[in-house]
Ligand binder design. Structure first.
Ligand code: SAM
Ligand code: DTB
Ligand code: SF4
Length: 334
């Protein structure tokens, strides 16, 4: 039920919850505001913290594809699902660096390397560390997503120059076991804590469109907002249905609900980069425009994500021109 825009509701819904723990009840009130009020608040918070017309550009590369031991119901790369994806070994360092150089030439400032692992094997660590050092040496921000990390692995990656680690909580704690059974929500939080302890920036978000309720989406954002500190980067993915995966036939998300979720993320985490991640190929330009207005300020650029399609440079250049958006410049290193 939507709340009326009464004075009472306006005072109940805080403008920003920074420096306070966010309650689920407060987040629900914000989420259910009339759409125009919600977007106005989100845009106001956004403008107080960021250039509203600048979008951070990341680029993804799958450095180890398929054959994953985990049973994530949404994923093309799980060995538990007959998705037909061909598995491949960990890429060679030079090949990764060649791809990173191309991405940099095309305007990406952050390079994200993803591997279909439950967690990295110690025998692969030297290769991974060389990739981090090499990409960092190109003057790009570095990010990896490799599954669960021990404190020692997180420490080694951080020392090699890894700026960000992506590790999504994907959904609410309550709904998690409906989507993944080979690990727990607590396992995810433990890796996020290891990443933070090692001094890296945290990138953690989730997926909409897996059959979760609105309450699950709000609960996921409240968990993220209450991490101390909140993640620097929060990717919000729209499920890309993968034939053969357990969620191949999931009902699509209502675009308005998707935009509401972005707005809530912006309000609960005012200084975080909220990334409009997977699923942009399935979104209209108008839906993406609303997401940017609601506070999304980061995207993946390029033709491919890990194993699926992304809009590509031509489409995004045209979209940025239509909306008067510009790529966000890299902040000078401290
Ligand atoms: N294996 C590592 C892990 O799970 O942490 C890293 C790679 S995994 C593919 C990274 C994230 O991509 C997942 O946590 C999930 O949020 C997102 N993702 C994977 N498949 C997706 C799909 N079909 N649609 C939308 N998002 C997806
Ligand atoms: C994230 O939240 N989204 C990216 C990144 N983190 C690693 C991955 C999206 C994957 C989409 C499905 C695929 O390409 O296989
Ligand atoms: Fe493996 Fe990551 Fe896909 Fe899960 S999301 S199956 S851990 S690659």
């Amino acid at each position: 039920m939507l709340h009326e825009n009464t004075a009472e509701n306006r005072t109940e819904a805080p403008m920003s919850t920074r420096d306070e723990s966010t309650s689920l009840a407060a987040a629900k009130i914000i989420y259910n505001l009339p759409f125009n009020d919600l977007l106005f608040r989100a845009q106001t918070v956004h403008r107080a913290n960021f250039d509203p017309n600048a979008v951070q550009m990341s680029r993804l590369l799958s450095i180890k594809t398929g054959g994953c031991a985990e049973d994530c119901g949404y994923c093309s790369q799980s060995a538990h699902s007959p998705t037909g994806l061909k598995a491949s070994k960990l890429m060679m360092v030079e090949k990764v660096l060649a791809e990173a150089r191309k991405a940099k030439a095309e305007g990406a400032t952050r390079y994200c390397m993803g591997a279909a692992w439950r967690s990295p094997k110690d025998r692969d660590m030297d290769t991974l560390l060389a990739m981090v050092a090499g990409v960092k040496g190109l003057g790009m921000e570095t990010c990896m997503t490799l599954g669960m990390l021990s404190p020692a692995q997180a420490g080694a990656l951080s020392k090699a120059g890894l700026d960000y680690y992506n590790h999504n909580i994907d959904t609410s704690e309550e709904f998690y076991s409906q989507i993944i059974t080979t690990r727990t929500f607590a396992d995810r939080l433990e890796t996020l804590s290891n990443v933070r302890e090692a001094g890296m920036k945290v990138c953690a978000g989730g997926i909409l469109g897996m059959g979760e309720t609105t309450g699950d989406r709000i609960s996921m954002l409240v968990t993220l907002a209450n991490l101390q500190p909140a993640p620097e980067s929060v990717p919000i993915n729209m499920l890309i249905p993968i034939p053969g995966s357990k969620l191949a036939d999931a009902d699509p998300v209502d675009p308005i609900e998707f935009v509401r979720t972005i707005a809530l993320a912006r309000i609960l985490m005012p200084r975080t980069h909220v990334r409009l991640s997977a699923g942009r190929t399935q979104m209209s330009d108008e839906m993406q425009a609303l997401c940017f207005f609601a506070g999304a300020n980061s995207i993946f650029a390029g033709d491919t994500l890990l194993t699926t399609e992304n809009p590509g440079e031509d489409h995004d250049t045209a979209l940025f021109r239509r909306l008067g958006l510009k790529p966000m410049e890299l902040e000078p290193a401290e």
